[in-house]
Design a binder for this molecule. Structure first.
Ligand SMILES: [Zn+2]
Length: 280
């Protein structure tokens, strides 16, 4: 299984349960990460012993990867682009500023190298419209085409994964969060640690079908442990307080995915991303 994501913490916050579950079932779970999360805001105290935000966040990712049981972590070497409208979007190495083909070429290399049966990436709006998530979604989608194209130059032979999924935000949770946020003194239009997530719009625009629901109850403690690794992104309270913790707590034990390939039949309801694959 190969998951192609934008930042350190994307592997844990949205799909940590799923990754941990498959790793424990003996699946080799690999991660391609577009950036090192350079733009993540951080308490200066947490920078002790680190020379940069990127170094700190890479170490957090390696901690989480160990706990989740990932077999490998590969960085594409781009820079975190921050949220829409910020100056970080225009940094020459910003992931979101790169031509999709260039990023896709790198992702296609890993698809051919690692030969995953299942590929997972962000959904078309990047979960909550983060430009880097959208960039990784587009690059991975194109990379899947490149990986099977015999004319795509690479030392590695063409390879086609059996299944491809996009991780989606659980819709019920989103609707519920929009309703309850004001009761907790939060603005559903300005949600998240950096107040830059508009939950109300996501309910409409992120209305993707759910084709697979993965029950992660059996690994919820592992996911919590991996979450604690990303302490710089948890508002300094190891995830027990703050808006993101609120969201996470109510994510429950189900992680949801939309199937991109093979094209899903109507009302598809899978409980396992490897359903239908020989030997599982
Ligand atoms: Zn992210």
């Amino acid at each position: 299984m190969l998951t192609c994501l934008a930042h350190p913490d994307d592997e844990t916050f949205g799909m940590g349960g799923t990754l941990a579950l498959y790793a424990r079932r003996g699946v080799q779970v690999q991660l391609v990460c577009g950036t090192r999360g350079e733009v993540g805001e951080m308490d200066p105290e947490l920078m002790q012993g680190f020379i940069s935000v990127a170094e700190r966040r890479e170490s957090e990712l390696r901690c989480a990867a160990g706990i989740l049981g990932l077999s490998g972590v590969y960085f594409l070497g781009y820079r975190d682009s921050g949220m829409p409208g910020t100056a970080d979007n225009h940094h020459p190495n910003a992931l979101a500023a790169q031509p999709t083909l260039e990023v896709a070429t790198k992702v296609a290399h890993y698809i051919r190298l690692l030969r995953p049966q299942v590929v997972v990436t962000h959904d078309p709006i990047g979960g909550y419209k983060h430009p880097d998530h959208i960039a990784m979604h587009r690059a991975t989608t194109l990379a899947l085409e490149l990986a099977i194209d015999p004319n795509f130059t690479s030392d590695l032979p063409p390879f086609k994964p059996v299944k491809v999924y996009y991780q989606t935000m659980p819709k019920k949770l989103l609707r519920w969060a929009v309703r309850i946020a004001p009761l907790l003194g939060m603005d559903p239009h300005r949600f998240g640690r950096n107040r830059d997530i508009d939950l109300a719009t996501l309910v409409q625009e992120g209305d993707f079908p759910t084709h697979a629901r993965i029950n992660c109850r059996s690994v919820s403690e592992i996911r919590d442990e991996a979450t604690a690794c990303h302490s710089s992104q948890l508002g300094g309270s190891i995830g027990r307080k703050g808006p993101m913790a609120f969201l996470r707590r109510y994510l429950g034990n189900t992680e949801t995915f939309m199937r991109a390939y093979p094209p899903p039949e109507k009302h598809l309801r899978e409980m396992d991303l490897f359903e239908g694959i020989d030997g599982t």
